[in-house]
Design a protein around this ligand. Sequence first.
Ligand SMILES: Cc1cc2nc3c(=O)[nH]c(=O)nc-3n(C[C@H](O)[C@H](O)[C@H](O)COP(=O)(O)OP(=O)(O)OC[C@H]3O[C@@H](n4cnc5c(N)ncnc54)[C@H](O)[C@@H]3O)c2cc1C
Length: 291
Amino acid sequence: MNGEWGERRLCELCLKDFSLKERTAFGVGGRAKYACFPENAGEFADCVSAAKRENLPVAVLGCASNVIVSDKGFDGAAVFTAKMNDLSVSGTSVYAACGVSGARLTEFCRLHDLSGAEFLYGIPASVGGMTAMNAGAFGREISSVLSEVYVLDGGVKRLLPAECGFSYRSSALGSSLPVVGATFSLKRGFDEAAIEKIRRFRRERQPEGRTFGSTFKNGEGYFAGALIERAGLKNYAVGGAAVSGVHANFIVNKGGATAADVRALIAYIKKRVNALFGVTLCEEVRYLGEF
Ligand SMILES: Cc1cc2nc3c(=O)[nH]c(=O)nc-3n(C[C@H](O)[C@H](O)[C@H](O)COP(=O)(O)OP(=O)(O)OC[C@H]3O[C@@H](n4cnc5c(N)ncnc54)[C@H](O)[C@@H]3O)c2cc1C
């Protein structure tokens, strides 16, 4: 861990001047003024409220697999949930704290012979991030398997999925309504064959290396990747950031990319697709810091 212990008045769990670059899946970005690594809901609440008291913006981050951090960094508190990784089972319900990774969730379901969350396999993300983004794959969304979501709202509050504002790759949850954990409603019979199918699909259809998954959301009647491919932009690059030759909705870090490269590439893709097809692509990836 880099940085120095932060000022106690913010929070005893904070590090100062923390490099975010290596913490993100894509590997770009500057430093955060503070970084916190709470280990439980109480510490999580302390970090968030201390930062708010000092009028610092808060960014709650799971695996940072879907964020582009500005090259100028983030002048606020980045609260990483990776150390909040409780998992428990009761009958066919699984409670996962926000920092539990998708991979660990799959392992846990396999161990307890529970089915329903297999479609999340291969998303390199945390339960909190997937819930806030309403992550999905193969026609399913995480919100469809959740029975309750615990959030920080004053204290820890329990919400039903209907109260979370879930829609396609979006929800009312986020850094201003952080997810502490969620309960998955599953059934008996872990589906090993489904995992194998997904593993093969991802190996064949997704690029390797540093990426942040889908750059753009799909829209009514179109797949973003198909439009980008039809625009002839596969392998098109700005600096170290390039449209993947394997899947056009993925941007890859060829090495040495900056956030400015990614931003410029995204702007160019949007311009070309709009000019050719009259479609305004909307980013799925989230920006952090000043651009
Ligand atoms: C190789 C690859 C494949 C991918 N495949 C898919 C896919 O199939 N389907 C899909 O939907 N996505 C996919 N993604 C994108 C990404 O993994 C998801 O968007 C995921 O939900 C992000 O989770 P995270 O923990 O990394 O969140 P982060 O990237 O850390 O954060 C993303 C957003 O969620 C917020 N957030 C994070 N944790 C919390 C929390 N505890 N409470 C409140 N808000 C929080 C952040 O503030 C931010 O706005 C892929 C990414 C990669 C790199």
